[in-house]
Design a protein around this ligand. Structure first.
Ligand code: V55
Ligand code: FE
Length: 491
């Protein structure tokens, strides 16, 4: 059976699979100069379907094969490498010459011959801790990859001390202690309400486990940490056995599902979790959080409805693009109050973005700045030349001052481009918060190739300091991670 994507309506333009692996020993710098101080690697993980989906109702961007890219930056020079993650699923498909796995997180839709094989695509977020590089997806354990060759090393279970069956795509590093705080939800199997939380020290040893149960089975994609607390949240993405039996992707959007937020004291046990309950929301990615006195304050992009059209509305209602729009909001939880509700305030009403970042050195610390790509309508946008993408795309990276509620500068990619998630590179180890560069990949629709852009995070309005041209189109990124050369054994 020949490989043929012509029946896959999502395999078009910049979203078409690339289906090749690449090494560019030195990339072309088409503008400016790559700062000599930068020494490290920008990893980017996303999807690239190697064989077409098995079933038409799959969640395309969330189910495609994991593909890791790496920009190694040193001495003003940049190299690029891209590799598929060699998951058990990828290898089983390669052996068969076709897609054996069915829809997103629903094993019953797989070919019976692979029901015993781990079905993760490891396509969501790169992460670096204790000198190791991981490709993460929240339905499985971390897949370790060689940080230089991007060879797949296999699942990592922390020497048997990590007991959950799943591992989040968004662990949090605590830069003060060198710890990693991570968790798995549906920890004891599909549709379980178990959440297992792990504290892993700077050497990669599990030091503590906390177990609790969520009130519902819902996507719990990200967490936020403060020096005192860990915040977990559910959303309108829910599931149930009947929904799964009908052959659906795991998540459906329930427009009536409440949002539950768990606050776990960092030194507490499962019984110390305090649950709050609020209206239907999707806060998929949390910017970060702070504990101020008796209050926990979380800052996060939020939508009131379903942000992902490939997860169907459970009640059969049409997907509402207006309710998918995010605004950056502040959620305040008062631990001294007996109420189980929280205050919600919209801080940035006009900057719809979904992939917020901070200066990574400030996870678990008081912070002031956020960085996020969003659609800025005041910038020119060549709708026609941007081709099939349609509508407003992410065209700027903004610097968000959470103290004043102002966007203090934004970087514009140009009128025929769009931007993927940015990462922050500190100028030096002890530079003040937000002093450094933003790095990210841009899609150039006019020439159908990708570019790597680097902008000064304190002077975003001045444009990029360097622009690197790839001689091809990169696969679609979900998330990235920046690792300084002192965090990994890089060559
Ligand atoms: C997200 C992405 C995923 C996933 C669950 O961005 C949540 C949120 C790319 O896969 O499986
Ligand atoms: Fe994510």
């Amino acid at each position: 059976m020949a490989v043929n994507f012509s029946n896959d309506p999502t395999a078009v333009g910049f979203f078409a699979p690339t289906r090749f692996e690449a090494d560019v020993l030195e990339c072309e710098v088409i503008k400016g100069e790559v700062p000599k101080e930068i020494d490290g690697a920008f990893y980017r993980l996303g999807w690239d379907w190697f064989y077409p989906p098995r079933l038409p109702n799959d969640a395309g961007p969330f189910s495609g094969d994991g593909y890791m890219g790496m920009f190694r930056i040193r001495n003003g020079r940049v190299s690029y490498r891209g590799r598929y993650v060699r998951t058990p699923r990828f290898l089983a498909n390669l052996e068969a010459g076709r897609q054996l796995f069915g829809v997103y997180r629903n094993r019953a839709t797989d070919d019976p011959s692979v029901r015993h094989i781990n079905r993760t695509v490891a396509n969501t977020a790169p992460f670096v801790h204790a000198g190791r590089l991981f490709a993460l997806k929240e339905d499985a354990l971390p897949v370790e990859m060689d940080p230089n060759t991007l060879e797949t090393r296999g699942f990592w279970d922390f020497n048997g001390k990590y007991r959950a069956q799943t591992f989040t795509a968004h662990p949090k590093p605590d830069m003060e202690t060198g710890e990693m705080i991570c968790y798995g939800y549906q920890a004891t199997g599909d549709l379980s309400r178990d959440v297992f939380v792990y504290f892993v020290d700077r050497n990669g040893e599990v030091t503590r486990e906390v177990r609790f149960q969520a009130p519902i089975v819902s996507m719990m994609h990200d967490i936020a940490i403060t020096p005192k607390h860990i915040v977990f949240n559910t959303s309108g993405f829910v599931t149930n056995p009947e929904w799964m039996k009908a052959g659906n992707v795991m998540w459906g959007w329930d427009p009536s599902a409440p949002t539950y937020v768990a606050i776990l004291p960092r030194d507490g046990e499962g019984k110390d979790v305090r649950w709050f309950k609020g209206p239907t929301r999707a806060a998929v990615h949390l910017l970060t959080a702070e504990t101020v006195g008796n209050k926990v304050i979380v800052e996060t992009p939020v939508s009131d409805g379903n942000p992902f059209p490939f997860f169907p509305q459970m009640d059969g209602s049409p997907w509402n693009p207006k309710l998918a729009v995010t605004t950056l909001r502040r959620w305040t939880f008062d631990l001294s109050s007996k109420k189980d509700t929280w205050e919600e305030e919209i801080v940035f009403p006009n900057a719809p973005g979904a992939l917020p970042r901070i200066d990574d050195r400030f996870y678990g610390l008081p912070y002031r700045y956020g960085f996020m790509g969003y659609a800025d309508p005041s910038r020119p946008f060549d709708e026609k030349r941007a081709g099939n993408v349609g509508g407003r795309v992410t065209n700027v990276y903004g610097r968000f001052d959470l103290r004043t509620g102002r966007i203090v500068g934004n970087y514009f990619v140009g009128e025929v481009g769009s931007l993927q998630e940015c990462q922050f590179i500190p100028r030096s180890r002890n530079a003040p918060e937000g002093d450094g560069w933003l790095i990210g990949v841009a899609s150039n629709y006019a020439e159908m190739h990708s570019e790597l852009v680097i902008a000064d995070a304190q002077r975003l309005d001045e444009g990029d300091v360097a622009r690197i041209r790839l001689p091809f189109r990169l696969n679609s990124q979900v998330h990235g991670w920046w690792a300084n050369a002192d965090q990994l054994p890089l060559v």
